[in-house]
Design a protein around this ligand. Sequence first.
Ligand code: HPA
Length: 275
Amino acid sequence: MLKQIKESASFVKSKVSIAPEVGIILGTGLGGLVQSIESPQVLEYKDIPHFPLSTVEGHSGKLIFGTLGGKKVVAMQGRFHFYEGYNMQQVTFPVRVMKFLGIQCLFVSNASGGMNPNFAVGDLMIINDHINCLPNPLIGKNIEELGPRFPDMSEPYSKKLIALGESVGKKLGIPLQKGCYVGTTGPTFETPREYHYFHAIGGDAVGMSTVPEVIVARHMSIPVFAMSIITDLGVDGQVCTVSHEEVQAQGAKAEKKMTQIMTEMLQSLDTNELK
Ligand code: HPA
């Protein structure tokens, strides 16, 4: 595994002249951010040794290198989901490669169903904790070079980055929710009682991604910032039908706000201060 990660990273380094400081996973809601990346250099997943290929509708598979908010970034356009049939090592492989490319922090976005009764469709939520309902990607022999056998998870999402996100939200006049994201396998959306249950155990929103990548990033001590677009509601008495198309449509509506926040955060970010 380590050998494959290093081979992927060396290949990427041989093709791209940008050494990224920040990694970005463009889930639902951040796809449009790609257009703002200056002087882009693009690598397709299919050309990178050991990289899995993206299959899900609405996601394409590319690594995009360039400058955003004055920072050198690498953005993953298209992520891997467990429900697509990849194993957890494949789902999280690109994050490990990004570590070897030198990233100092990771920004992640996704779409989710809101279970907090104060939430509305279209809200943006800063993720400040998660509950993992997927297999843990660190199960198996630990790779000591990446991180410890029993990684600390007391600060899964960087408090400094959350504070920065909140201040940027205020400055731009974009209201932000904050809460706990429950990561499930999918691909089914939740039944009414499942939404109820996830809320009862402390979740504010539920989705099918992010948690695996965050666990692997934290294993390697990478500070993480993550945001979710509430694309539908799983609130008691208000659960209605959900479709992938609807999730994408709501995601597209909120995309501009999310891109603005992330870009502005990159402007004022000093990665040295995260250590
Ligand atoms: N549940 C799970 N995943 C999701 C949802 C949801 O309601 N909305 C968007 N992704």
